[in-house]
Ligand binder design. Structure first.
Ligand code: F6P
Length: 341
């Protein structure tokens, strides 16, 4: 069998572990050939690729980023690329393509699968918002990075009697904010799923100071929004999917809380540090299992499917199902966190 693999969309710790696993399972156990496309879908559309053998994936398990490179391509644009992609797939004699990616990549994968290409998807994103899998690799690493940052920020906040508003990634969902906020014992968490009331937030933070505490930490998912009418809000630009971007929630909130509480506040934007560097052991294992199962699905001819974690098992789910909706933070999960804030 000849298998093509690509990584697309925002990078995430664990991508190299999937590539390595695909190559090992395919080459060692099945005697397959593997081809890596450069820079995501772009490589498939432009026929930009290279062979991947065991030597190419040696020593990459613990390395962040992706040895294949990545890029963001708008799924809509790919509709025009279907014929071009089909041409390259036929020329290369590929029997399967394994795209590793998040929301946008999987939407594109579904377009290609519906057009008849032999696709087996692998989900990734630090945001953990892919609906069909319990967890995506990269999330555990990102939560670890954010938690360590929050732990460090507490000591400087306390020294200066400040409010620190720490913005973590999560355009549409608040998983990183929820988990890092719980793990670090933050004093308030705001997530996109639950628009916040600025009065309530200020009261919660203010109550800490009134109780004699010297600092407060607020964790804000980048996509968090004030409740309608609760606060004037400047819109940032829009990303390629038409979603608001760089809304600057930490800056907005620090100005607002400083004004309302009369306490010094500072925004801290963690940004891409959450996506870089070496994956945790958990993410390496999950990524390796996804790669292994993707190759197996290809050999069974199960195309138009996605690897997913359900409990402790890896299962295959239809791509079309997986891209219908995002996995958001349920109200009860937020309630658990709120009790311990
Ligand atoms: O999709 C993952 C993500 O990390 C989002 O949380 C974040 O908004 C976005 O990527 C940033 O993307 P870029 O690297 O293109 O700025």
């Amino acid at each position: 069998m000849r298998i093509g693999v690509l990584t697309s969309g925002g990078d995430c710790p664990g991508l190299n572990a999937v590539i390595r696993s695909v190559v090992h399972r395919a080459v060692v156990d099945h005697g397959d050939e593997v081809i890596g496309f450069h820079d995501g879908w772009k490589g498939l559309l432009e026929g930009d690729h290279r062979p991947l053998d065991l030597d190419d994936v040696a020593g990459i398990l613990a390395r962040g980023g992706t040895i294949l490179g990545s890029s963001r391509v708008q799924p809509g644009h790919l509709v025009d690329g279907v014929e071009r992609a089909k041409g390259h797939v036929a020329d290369l004699g590929l029997d399967a393509i394994i795209p590793i990616g998040g929301e946008g990549t999987l939407k594109a994968a579904n377009i290609f699968a519906e057009a008849g290409l032999p696709i087996v998807g692998v989900p990734k994103t630090i945001d953990n918002d892919i609906a069909s899998t319990d967890v995506t690799f990269g999330f555990d690493t990102a939560v670890g990075v954010a938690t360590e940052a929050l732990d460090r920020l507490k000591t400087t906040a306390e020294s200066h009697q400040r409010v620190l508003i720490v913005e973590v990634m999560g355009r549409h969902t608040g998983w990183i904010a929820l988990h890092s906020g719980m793990a670090a014992g933050a004093h308030a968490i705001v997530v996109p799923e639950r628009p916040f009331d600025i009065e309530e937030l200020a009261a919660r933070v203010g109550a800490r100071f009134e109780a004699g505490k010297r600092f407060a930490i607020v964790v804000a998912a980048e996509g968090a929004k004030p409740r309608e009418g609760s606060m004037e809000f400047d819109e940032g630009g829009r990303d390629m999917y038409g979603h608001e971007r760089f809304a600057g929630i930490a800056r907005q909130l620090s100005g607002e809380l400083e004004r309302r509480l009369g306490k010094e506040a500072r925004p801290v934007i963690l940004g891409h540090v959450q996506r870089g560097g070496t994956p945790t052991a958990y993410d390496r294992v999950l990524a390796t299992r996804f790669g292994w199962h993707a190759v197996e699905a290809a050999h069974r001819g199960e195309f138009g499917m996605l690897t997913a974690l359900r409990g402790t098992d890896i299962v295959m789910v239809p791509l079309a199902e997986a891209v219908k909706t995002l996995k958001t933070v349920p109200t009860e999960r937020y309630a658990e966190a709120e009790t311990v804030l």
